[in-house]
Design a protein around this ligand. Structure first.
Ligand code: HEM
Length: 505
């Protein structure tokens, strides 16, 4: 009897919840599929079970229901580039993250605006343009190493997986920069040892962690040896975590400030020196908080840059006209291929890089206004059902780089890689479309590593192509190895891809 009463109470609860969500919820009037508004399992089905398909489902929703849709009981999604500046506001407008979404990587993402500003303030100087410029000799050293390792494959029948080579490169750069400890993944010419697998495993788990939040605490209770047995690549990452923790302990016991160390060429100030010597409150300097920050930097700063490099190399090598134009530009700018130009020299080359088709983070990135409603006026009144939408305070709204970067009005023939779309009639860089590129996000939460990322991109594309371009041939790599088929936070092509591969002749 008690069981029946319990079951009836449970059914009653869920029926009431669904009715509330559909008819009385503050988002009830927003358009979108009723099933998505009724339950989070709808999102989970597309993101988890069907592995990163919700982004494409959301696109269909926009085609049917207009520029703003309700994609889950609590969340809206907007596909109107005119809303970018309001949503990803900087300055005095406060923007929180969506806690449900931020929880999926265990440590990534500070939800509350004020705490984020505090943490970010301490990181900004470390990642400033001036700090990155000081790092250029290190980036050059790593590029030289990458170049020499690539050269060891010259004449090989077997191809090189470029995305793995770039993953080794970006991890060596980031760990040297932030932790003064290089993992020397570039020492191995097979490029197979790096953090690629554990990071991809982490992003794969995201939808499951959102739906079953006990998974992470459970994993943390398991001995490292069990986690390594379940996922051998995870062993490398656990070692990384142990290294970072040991490094923090060492720095806490060290004499000499970060500035003093920076003056000494043999010693390098790490991000942890910066944080420990900042005026952050003591709670922010606890070891557990610092190693989380270290993990975020590696998670956010390695695969993103490596994939962007891989995509650029693919599109350049895949199109003879693009390749010839770029090589001409590079030969003119760098008459001596062995030279070590600064990033600012390379930045001037208008044809060099494009981030549109690599997307950065491919999933929706939400912002929440904690202080008051956000006003959204659709730029295309015809496709919208209303002229103005008032988004209630506290409601997460997302936008997705993949959808904006393929907006047919902004980027006609949007699947084509065409560097000319970024040039004006005189062949100079035309910046008017750049405000629609969401690869690094925008506003107060924009990527903190943007200067380092640009330095790596300009320098690797410029120098590796200048030195090795004529010898690089794509090997059994097609558009389906590059174009996004799954949005697993980062863009993933077909699941059985063998990577972006080249032969070096
Ligand atoms: C092409 C390369 C890169 C792309 C496309 C990229 C993209 C992004 C995006 C879209 C965000 C915002 C995420 C959000 O709103 O939740 C972000 C945040 C972040 N990125 Fe990057 N990133 C790149 C390289 C880097 C590098 C090289 C580093 C550092 C070494 C880095 C460190 C971070 C950190 C720490 C955050 C969190 C910032 C915050 O919450 O204030 N990223 N990145």
């Amino acid at each position: 009897m008690l069981v029946y009463a319990g079951a009836a109470a449970l059914v009653g609860y869920f029926v009431t919840l669904v009715l509330y969500r559909l008819f009385l919820h503050p988002l009830a009037a927003f358009p979108g599929p009723k099933l998505a508004a009724a339950t989070l399992w709808y999102e989970f089905f597309y993101d988890g079970i069907r592995r990163g398909q919700y982004t494409f489902k959301i696109q269909e929703m926009h085609e049917k229901h207009g520029p703003i849709v309700r994609i889950s009981p609590n969340e809206l999604h907007c596909n109107d580039p005119a809303f970018i500046d309001t949503l990803y506001a900087g300055g005095s407008a406060r923007r929180d993250k969506y806690d449900y979404f931020a929880s999926q990587f265990g440590v990534f993402g500070t939800v509350h605006h004020n705490l984020h500003r505090l943490r970010r303030g301490a990181m900004n100087r470390f990642f400033s343009k001036a700090s990155v410029t000081k790092l250029e000799p290190t980036i050059h050293d790593k590029i030289d190493k990458l170049y020499h390792q690539l050269c060891t494959h010259m004449g090989d029948e077997a191809p090189v997986e470029l995305n793995m080579a770039f993953s080794c490169f970006t991890t060596d750069v980031v760990t040297t920069y932030a932790f003064a400890k290089c993992y020397d993944f570039l020492d191995d010419a097979s490029f197979q040892s790096n953090f690629h697998e554990p990071i991809v495993a982490g992003t794969n788990l995201g939808p499951y962690i959102k739906q079953f939040p006990f998974i992470y605490p459970l994993m943390r209770c398991l001995p490292d040896s069990w986690v390594t047995a379940l996922n051998p690549e995870m062993g490398i990452f656990l070692q990384f975590q142990r290294d970072v923790k040991a490094q923090i302990r060492e720095i806490q016991n060290q004499k000499g400030t970060g500035k003093e160390r920076a003056k000494d060429h043999n010693l390098h100030a790490t991000i942890f020196h910066e944080l420990l010597e900042s005026d952050l409150p003591e709670s922010e300097k606890a070891a557990v908080r610092l190693w989380q920050e270290g993990q975020i930097i590696v998670g956010a700063g390695t695969e993103t840059t490596a994939w962007t490099l891989s995509v650029i190399f693919f599109y350049v090598l895949n199109d003879r006209n693009v390749y010839d134009t770029l090589m001409k530009e590079l030969e003119h700018a760098l008459p001596d291929p062995a030279s070590r130009p600064s990033c600012s020299d390379l930045e001037k080359l208008p044809y060099l890089i494009s981030l549109r088709l690599s997307y950065g983070v491919s999933t929706r990135l939400q912002r929440v206004s904690p202080d008051g409603p956000m006003l959204y006026r659709p730029s295309d009144a015809v496709s919208a059902t209303k002229l103005e939408y008032v988004i209630p305070r506290g409601v997460p709204v997302g936008m997705t780089s993949v959808l904006v970067h393929h907006n047919p009005k902004l980027f006609p023939r949007s699947t084509e890689f065409d560097p000319k779309r970024w040039l004006d009639s005189e062949g100079k860089r035309d910046r008017s479309l750049e405000k629609y590129i969401l690869s690094f996000s925008k506003g107060s939460r924009q990527c903190v590593g943007i200067n380092l990322a640009y330095a790596e991109l300009f320098m690797v594309v410029g120098l590796i192509l200048r030195r090795l371009g004529p010898r690089l041939r794509l090997y059994e790599t097609g558009l389906d190895d590059v174009e996004i088929l799954h949005d697993l936070f980062v863009p993933i092509p077909k699941l059985d891809t063998k990577g972006i591969r080249v032969r070096i002749i």
